[in-house]
Ligand binder design. Structure first.
Ligand code: GLN
Length: 197
């Protein structure tokens, strides 16, 4: 049976992830309310703006329930802003009172807009552990990972910077595989939700 995978749909590029998950063999649904979060086997946190998403998570009373699901081991995948939110520590988290809030799904420190200080957006082919050929990676005001804990596996780098990681059944990328036609990263996540990888 296909796993039921939610896409957090408060803000950001929800539609692209729904399409990618569907093509990767999941039953893809949007998540905006607690009752919807309760029905999913795994969750994608899309790209967008991590400070705005943090604010909306609070407004929709989803912040603590989502943290609790992650702590219980619900599989999750975050791209770009989603990677920032899955971190245990956020560097350059934003202006006081409007900061991005870590959900602590992965033991890592992530710097917001890290590449953005050098170049706003760029693309490149990234070797990705477990995939047979490089992924075409699109970076948009992207974060990078500055520290990983002992249980975190680094799956990809752009130059010296860590841009793809996995801890247990939680996955994060600085880039946006949902905007390319390549579904291998989403397929990896769907298989992680099913317990096959
Ligand atoms: N810079 C954004 C943030 O801080 C992330 C950008 C993106 O998701 N494309 O949340």
């Amino acid at each position: 049976m296909s796993p039921r995978v939610g896409v957090l749909a408060l803000q950001g590029d929800t539609r692209e992830h729904l399409a990618a998950l569907d093509e990767a063999g999941a039953e893809a649904v949007t998540v905006r309310r607690l009752a919807e979060l309760d029905t999913v086997d795994g969750l994608v946190i899309p790209g967008g703006e991590s400070t705005a998403m943090s604010h909306l998570l609070r407004e929709f009373d989803l912040l603590e329930p989502l943290r609790a699901r992650l702590a219980e081991g619900m599989p999750a995948y975050g791209s770009c802003a989603g990677m920032i939110l899955l971190a245990s520590e956020i560097l350059d988290a934003g202006a006081a009172g409007r900061q991005a809030t870590p959900l602590k799904g992965i033991d890592m420190a992530v710097r917001r807009n890290a590449f953005g200080r050098q170049v706003d957006s760029f693309e490149g082919d990234i070797p990705f552990t477990g995939l047979d050929s490089p992924v075409h990676a699109v970076f948009i005001r992207a974060p990078w990972v500055e520290r990983v804990g002992p249980d975190v596996e680094v799956l990809g780098r752009a130059g010296e910077h860590i841009v793809a990681v996995r801890q247990g059944r939680t996955l994060a990328t600085s880039f946006h595989p949902e905007v390319t036609g390549d579904r291998r990263v989403h397929k990896l996540f769907v298989d992680m939700v099913s317990g096959e990888r």
